[in-house]
Structure formats: structure tokens, C-alpha cells
Ligand binder design. Structure first.
Ligand code: ADP
Ligand code: MG
Length: 268
């Protein structure tokens, strides 16, 4: 396995080449291991698809990468910087809340249920974070939001409220919102699972476009055809462990592990 480290620049608006490294991460809930020694290296600009049955720890893994959960052991680094900890005389020391927020600002997160602000227009949903974090003045944030909404095919819906949109449109707004912080990494947690089948394609095609654009993506999904098309690497998680990983043509077409075979026979 290769390790990619990239020096952070001081310009917070420049998208950084980023890599994720998950190093021997253990996470427990209620006396039960949910992540049981997970190792994962995601090179910059690549797409990793995470598969696994319900309860295997996929969401917890994304939440640990994004600082929403703190592992009991091990650590995660994004863009070469350890998340939640810093090196201090050879040891790892906890980061301040402020530093954690700064790190989280470099990672976009797209949830299964969109999580848009219901009381804000589509434009404001996308413009809010760059303004709130002081990265852009409001007029520039709105220009950026219009540009991003255009990119996800919603340039004509900037004044709408989330409840006026379909699920597929709401998820595309959520993707534009994640892009507004110009993250080096975007994590997707089952981005199409809450959608009616006819709306899945429009969201996957937006993600596919990002995949070719050089952003590092980690996508939890059960859409195997999509995984085959976009993934550089497929990771199969079972009971909190990575039991199989590799290029899609290996993991999806010639899985070695019985659990992967069983899973694929059910979802395909
Ligand atoms: P997946 O996304 O693969 O379905 P999750 O990461 O959501 O799996 O959950 C893995 C296991 O951890 C499940 O058994 C779940 O019930 C448990 N779990 C997740 N989050 C919590 C939590 N905050 N408190 C207690 N148990 C949790
Ligand atoms: Mg989940």
C-alpha cells in the first residue's frame, strides 16, 4: 500500500489534493466492536466504493473519517494531517474543537436523507456554509452557489425551497452544498437509498461527473453497476472489518471471500 501525504496550503479556497488514511481504527458501541481494526488508504483523486450489509459499520467508518465519531484506538488522516489528533513529541494529542471544525471544512458529507435546511432556499442552502465559515462574502458565495447549482442541473430552481423539490433534486442540492466548501474529499453515505428508483440515475450521474473531475470520493452504496463504472477501489466491510478490497473487476466479478459472494448474490 502506498501512503500519500500532501502539504496543506494556506489558501483555504484552493481545492487540495487529498488522501485519506484510516489506520487500525477501532470503534465500540455498547461493549461491542463496530469497527474492528479497519485500515484503508484512499489515494488523491480516486473513487472508493464501500459495500457491506446493513450494520457492518459503513456509516460509522464515514463518521469517523469526518470526525463525527471518535475512535477508541487508531487514527484517521485526511490530506496528510491526522484527524482529531496532532503529533506532539512523537505522541498523538487531541485537537481543539476549532481545529476539528477547520479539518471538517475540508471534507464534504452527503447523507442518505439530504439534510437540507428546510427554511432556506436552494440558493441559501448552498451559499450558507462559505458565508458562515467566513470563507466568502455573501455576494461571492451566492455567485458560487449559482455556478454549482448550474453544474448539478438546478440553475433554474435557486429560489425554491427543499419541500418544493423531488428527492433527486434535493440530493443534487446537497451535493452542490458539499462542493461549496471546495472540499478535497467528499463522503457519500447511501446517497440514493432514500430515492424513488426513477430518481436514482440523475443523482448517480452527478456523482459520476465528480468522479471524473479529480475530487477524492468515498461512496457507500448498494448500486453495484454504478460501483463497477466509477470505482477505482471497492472495499467490502463485514462485521467492522475489511474482508476484501481491490479493483471492481476483482471484488465484484471474482470475489474471494464467501461473505462478499453472499452479499453480491443478494444485491445483484
Ligand atoms: P451500516 O452503515 O453498515 O449499516 P452502521 O455503521 O450504521 O452500519 O452501524 C454499525 C453497528 O453499530 C450497528 O449495529 C449499529 O446498531 C451500531 N451503532 C451505530 N451507531 C451507533 C450509536 N451511535 N450507538 C450505538 N450503536 C450504534
Ligand atoms: Mg449506514
Amino acid at each position: 500500500m502506498t501512503t500519500n501525504t500532501t502539504a496543506a496550503t494556506t489558501d483555504t479556497l484552493t481545492p487540495r489534493p487529498a488522501a485519506i488514511e484510516v489506520h487500525d481504527v477501532h470503534k465500540w458501541f455498547g461493549g461491542r466492536p463496530v469497527l474492528d481494526g479497519v485500515n484503508l488508504t484512499v489515494p488523491p483523486g480516486t473513487v472508493t466504493v464501500v459495500l457491506g450489509r446493513s450494520g457492518s459499520g459503513k456509516s460509522t467508518l464515514l463518521r469517523v473519517i469526518n470526525h463525527l465519531e471518535k475512535p477508541e484506538a487508531g487514527y484517521v488522516s485526511v490530506g496528510g494531517e491526522p484527524i482529531g489528533v496532532r503529533r506532539h513529541g512523537g505522541r498523538l494529542k487531541e485537537l481543539s474543537e476549532r481545529a476539528i471544525l477547520a479539518q471538517r471544512g475540508r471534507i464534504g458529507f452527503v447523507f442518505q436523507n439530504f439534510n437540507l435546511f428546510p427554511h432556506l432556499t436552494v440558493l441559501d442552502n448552498v451559499a450558507a456554509a462559505p458565508v458562515a465559515t467566513g470563507r466568502l462574502p455573501r455576494d461571492e458565495a451566492e455567485d458560487l452557489a449559482r455556478e454549482l447549482l448550474e453544474r448539478v442541473g438546478l440553475g433554474d430552481r435557486t429560489g425554491a425551497y427543499p419541500r418544493q423539490l423531488s428527492g433527486g433534486q434535493q440530493q443534487r442540492v446537497a451535493i452542490a452544498r458539499a462542493l461549496a466548501l471546495r472540499p478535497g474529499v467528499i463522503l457519500f453515505d447511501e446517497p440514493t437509498s432514500a430515492l424513488d428508483p426513477e430518481l436514482v440515475g440523475e443523482v448517480l450521474s452527478v456523482i459520476k461527473e465528480l468522479a471524473t473531475g479529480g475530487t477524492t470520493l468515498v461512496i457507500v452504496t448498494h448500486e453495484i453497476g454504478f460501483a463497477r463504472e466509477v470505482a477505482d477501489e471497492v472495499v467490502f466491510l463485514h462485521d467492522g472489518r475489511v474482508v476484501e478490497q481491490g479493483p471492481p473487476e476483482l471484488v465484484l466479478d471474482r470475489p474471494a471471500h464467501p461473505r462478499t459472494r453472499e452479499f453480491l448474490s443478494k444485491v445483484l
